[in-house]
Ligand binder design. Structure first.
Ligand code: SF4
Ligand code: SF4
Length: 97
């Protein structure tokens, strides 16, 4: 089901929901700063390939940072995160499923 809303001027708005962020993410945090919905948070990949929360004291183990989409259901599909991403590593979907 494709979801749409009506803008203030009466035109249709088709939200594009953030569904995933791939491994080419550099963890710059730009998407996190513009998102008003707490959809994602900063994490890290360890030497052994595990994805961990960057803020839980695992800094020494983290090889590099990346953004994690942990609450996709909160997304309203505003598209702000896609506009600021320098790596084009996000996927968006038109359905809320
Ligand atoms: S589309 Fe909007 S609400 Fe959804 S994750 Fe991106 S910035 Fe947040
Ligand atoms: S803006 Fe793009 S590269 Fe930066 S943290 Fe978000 S998804 Fe990763």
């Amino acid at each position: 089901m494709v979801v749409s809303f009506v803008s203030r001027d009466g035109s249709r708005w088709f939200p594009e929901y953030l569904s995933r962020i791939d491994a080419s993410c550099i963890g710059c945090g730009r998407c996190f700063k513009v998102c008003s919905r707490d959809v994602m948070h900063l994490g890290g990949i360890t030497d052994s390939g595990d994805i961990v929360d960057a803020g839980d004291g695992a800094d020494d183990e983290v090889e590099r940072l990346l953004m994690i989409v942990d609450h996709p259901g909160r997304c309203i599909g505003c598209g702000a995160c896609a506009r600021v991403c320098p790596k084009n590593c996000q996927s968006h979907i038109t359905s809320s499923d």
